[in-house]
Design a protein around this ligand. Structure first.
Ligand code: SF4
Length: 360
């Protein structure tokens, strides 16, 4: 029997569902409160009578996805969830407990069509777009984790912030290209802002450079953060790393990105994965690449995040040495570019940038 997903019902539909079961209306409100906290099952809904919990379990489910595996990094600060959707497609999301709050990296698609050659998420191609509810449910999974603290033996607690049991930041940077599913991503962000009080400026959408999608964000008009996954400073090299470069030039992408950040007076994030080839030769970390990157961002309000490549077994790139990374960064700094080497979180559980994949 197909179970009804209660999270997908409107308030009045949930009331009808409950009263059709012979229950009073107020049970719908109780269930709704549990759903908004991310309750994964009916057994968690402690203020419902046991027989009702059993009856619900037989005919309904709470969220439109379920956790099939949870991995915890050795330092206890990063948790990766492998999630199964109702059609058995799988996605991942990652909870990162940081000094500035609790950040969740959500997926926007099952799989990805973009084919970036350093990325695990695209290995099986695109399966489908996620719905607003499926994206939103990912932050509820993280919220439930934070509230119930399944890892009480975690060695380090997040900062002493009173809200340290709440999700405070969102990055749409998991599996999928968000701007291939722009309207559902926008719907999700609106809900996260309205229902969970997560400020626009604490939400970041990352794109490999879908120009019409960036323009949809411009038209939408909310002052979220935009990140461009650039990864190469010229079109010729970018085409070797990212097939999307055959469709949009760096010039077109950056023009759209500046239209967005100028509108909101926001700092643009540029993601730049540092790659060596299979023999360890530099791919995008030469002096010439650094100088070209400087020209792209000169005089603009942006932050370049340098990300040494994270191992993905099916890909034969290498990660540059620490010296090469710092040499590259030094050229940017000497030319007045804001830059930082991104500290990767959760590499031991495959949750760092480019490591997310469908099958976990
Ligand atoms: S980096 Fe992002 S856009 Fe590129 S293949 Fe991976 S998930 Fe898709």
């Amino acid at each position: 029997m197909t179970k009804t997903i209660l999270f997908n019902l409107t308030n009045s539909e949930l009331e009808k569902f409950v009263t059709d079961m012979g229950q009073p209306k107020f049970r719908a409100k109780q269930i709704s409160e549990w759903l908004s906290r991310g309750a994964p099952d009916f057994a968690s809904m402690k203020n419902l009578p046991a027989n009702l919990r059993n009856d619900l379990d037989a005919c309904a489910q709470t969220l439109p996805l379920r956790v099939v595996r949870r991995l915890q990094s050795a330092d206890g600060q990063t948790t990766k969830f492998l999630l199964e959707l109702n059609d058995c497609e799988q996605i991942e999301c990652v909870l990162m407990r940081t000094s500035y709050g609790n950040s969740v990296c959500v997926s926007s698609q099952a799989g990805c069509a973009m084919g970036c050659r350093f990325c695990a998420s695209t290995l099986l191609g695109l399966k489908r777009n996620l719905t607003v509810n499926e994206i939103f449910a990912q932050i509820l999974v993280a919220q439930w984790e934070l509230r119930t603290d399944n890892f009480a033996d975690r060695p380090i607690r997040p900062n002493g912030d009173a809200n340290n049991n709440d999700v405070s930041h969102i990055v749409v940077m998991g599996t999928g290209e968000p701007l291939q599913n722009t309207q559902n991503v926008i719907g999700f962000i609106e809900r996260a802002n309205h229902e969970m009080g997560i400020g626009w400026r604490r939400i970041t959408v990352s794109t490999c450079g879908i120009v019409p999608g960036i323009d949809e964000l411009v038209a939408w008009g909310r002052p979220i953060n935009l990140a461009i996954s650039l990864h190469a400073p010229n079109d010729e090299l970018r085409r070797k790393i990212m097939p999307i470069a055959n469709k949009y030039s760096i010039r077109e992408i950056m023009d759209a990105a500046w239209r967005f950040t100028d509108l909101h007076n926001r700092q643009l994030m540029i993601e730049y994965i540092l790659l060596g080839d299979a023999d360890g030769n530099p791919v995008n970390t030469t002096t010439e690449c650094a100088e070209q990157l400087v020209e792209i961002v000169r005089g603009k309000n942006c932050m370049v995040n340098l990300i040494p490549w994270n191992a993905v077994s099916e890909r034969d790139w290498t990660s540059p040495s620490g010296n090469a990374v710092h040499r590259f960064q030094d050229i940017l700094i000497k030319n007045g570019v804001h830059t930082r080497i991104r500290r990767e979180r959760g590499t031991d559980i495959g949750s760092a940038c480019g490591q997310l994949r469908i099958s976990g």
